[in-house]
Design a protein around this ligand. Sequence first.
Ligand code: NAP
Ligand code: G4F
Length: 347
Amino acid sequence: MNKKALITGITGQDGSYLAEYLLDKGYIVHGIKRKSSSFNTSRIDHIYKDSHLSSNLFLHYGDLTDASSLVNVLNKIKPNEIYNLAAQSHVGHSFEIPEYTSEVTGLGTLRVLEAMRFLNLKKTKFYQASTSELFGQKPNRSNSFNENSIMIPKSPYGVSKLYSYWITKVYREAYNFYACNGILFNHESPRRGETFVTRKITMFFAKKILGSKEILYLGNLNAKRDWGHAKDYTEMQWKILQQSKPDDYVIATGKTTSIREFVNLCCKYLKLKILWSGKGIKEKAYLIKNGKKELIIKIDKKYYRPLEIDYLKGNPKKALKKLNYKLKHSLKDLVKEMIDSDIKLLK
Ligand code: NAP
Ligand code: G4F
């Protein structure tokens, strides 16, 4: 019989890739989408057919802030696996909507786990989308974070995710749930939301190539992130739930790159000559073409965060070994894929 999976956050970047992956594996996939005044299913429209047409993908209205909706959906489906990917996932925005972020990204996880407990879904496996934002502070002795690194989050988002991380472990121990944390470092794709820095940059350069005169406003260019590909990482989410025992895993590439270097990688791919000048808030970037300088990047203070994690690099040794996985995408390939896709989209 086909396995049944429930994905919260199915309309997001990861949810859409995971849904595709599970459907390919023969799963019946159920997703929770939240009520919105406009369509929010563009990332899954290509795989969603009306359920009357006997597709294996089903969508249900629900919300992580609404326990009754979660109980109803779980009771109807009784899934074999739950992937809890829904969240207010923007770190910067979490400073502006801290209470809502805590409700969704923190307490939302508890609501799913409680629904499982209330309905006595003892055999259902649970995956929690944990994050490198749990760590916060550069490790003392090593230059990368692993499953044992100290967790000192630096945003309302990070604190909410720390709650979810721990409540997942508590339900594993207290009630013997098969519940796991995937502690994922940043992962991107052509489906990345446009307010996250990589997509903001690739979209900007796609427009530039097509003749735009816009200037790109960014925040902290010195922050370093460990960027992988969402396709690799969603495959590992599935693998985490296929192990004999529940456990927590760091998923990362083990390499770190600054925002400025990411811009440079985009220019390199597009064969654009870029010149940086100035420091801090006064830093600017110019394109050099036919001996002329065109201003393309400026700093806008509004993109600085009240508190920032400057450095993230993960150590994925445990995950790659135990999950028997080899990453398929490099950052260079990711840059190319994102820019090509944005150019196509704009055209
Ligand atoms: P995303 O694109 O922002 O997707 C978030 C999903 O959550 C969307 O489907 C969104 O619905 C849904 N959602 C938001 N609020 C909700 C609510 N109140 N009730 C139900 N659904 C709600 O995020 P992502 O990049 O795919 O990431 C997936 C998960 O992994 C998130 O939990 C994120 O925090 C975590 N994570 C991401 C990364 C990364 O680098 N991408 C790294 C570590 C961890 P709408 O489509 O309607 O907005
Ligand atoms: O792309 P970002 O907004 O991603 P951030 O904050 O690292 O969070 C993402 O990854 C986490 C995993 O570590 C996830 F848990 C989370 O859900 C999300 O997917 O920002 C990356 C860096 C930051 O240091 C930020 O300050 O880029 C810096 N940055 C500089 N200028 C900017 C900008 N970020 C954004 N969003 N916009 C800018 O203009």
